[in-house]
Ligand binder design. Structure first.
Ligand SMILES: *Cc1c(COP(=O)(O)O)cnc(C)c1O
Length: 227
């Protein structure tokens, strides 16, 4: 997309989110847009930052480090969310680079992240990623194991603020959003990261506090990126 198109897409999206929120009795500022900028060039991200967007999501540690270091020199108040699968051997860089980790999905990863947070004295709020479809190939903790993982995170000093999910592609997303909403209520967690370009309306309907949107803002991505 050109710079004007990114601007136009951003404003249209913000208006749409506001409409959906108000139609569902939600406050507009109850829903945070996480602009997922994976594979996008720094120019496009800077355009969005210039338009006022401050919360971004990336799914690869290395890419996020390289792209956002110079961008943050101009926009120090950017908040960067890790939305992709995190390997334990990347915990150090992830804790140094991101402001929120949305993809805690195992005790092993939680241990590695907690150890780094202590070492760096950088305590990031985190989401637990739930594999709501219990898909073999998907990351995320199984719904049955989510309570145990939450308890473990609390034991080791990780502040869990909510749940995150990526519904299976071939199923209606609403079912998964409803499930995540119920789980968060039962677990006493306030935040729900759910909804992408194709299904954010349903997600907001079911209580999303964070929608993670890439292609509706930046246009379709050139490369395969569903790692
Ligand atoms: C890529 C990605 C998104 C954004 O997807 P779009 O369909 O482009 O909006 C959201 N969440 C995660 C975890 C992603 O990897």
């Amino acid at each position: 997309m050109t710079a004007q198109n990114v601007h136009a897409a951003y404003h249209a999206l913000m208006i749409d989110i506001a409409r959906i929120a108000s139609e569902n009795g939600r406050a507009v500022d109850d829903v945070t847009l996480v602009a997922v900028s994976k594979t996008q060039p720094a120019d496009a991200i800077l355009e969005l930052a210039a338009a006022g967007q401050r919360v971004f999501g990336e799914n690869r540690v290395q890419e996020a480090m390289e792209k956002f270091a110079p961008i943050r020199a101009t926009y120090p108040d950017i908040s960067l969310h890790m939305v992709g699968h995190l390997q334990t051997n990347k915990a150090k860089e992830a804790v140094a680079t991101f402001d929120v980790i949305e993809s805690i999905d195992s005790e092993r990863l939680a241990d590695a992240v907690a150890a780094e947070m202590k070492k760096q004295a950088r305590y990031l709020p985190c989401f637990i990623q739930v594999n709501t479809g219990d898909e073999d190939q998907k990351n995320g903790v199984s719904p049955d194991d989510a309570d145990a993982l939450l308890a473990h995170c609390r034991d080791i000093g990780i502040e869990v603020i909510g749940l995150m999910c990526i519904p299976p592609v071939h199923e209606p997303a609403a079912f998964h959003f409803a499930l995540l909403h119920d789980m968060a209520g039962r677990m006493g967690l306030k935040h729900l990261s759910m909804g992408m370009s194709g299904d954010y309306e349903d997600a907001i309907l079911f209580g999303a506090t964070h929608v993670r949107i890439g292609s509706a803002l930046f246009g379709t991505r050139a490369q395969a990126d569903n790692a």
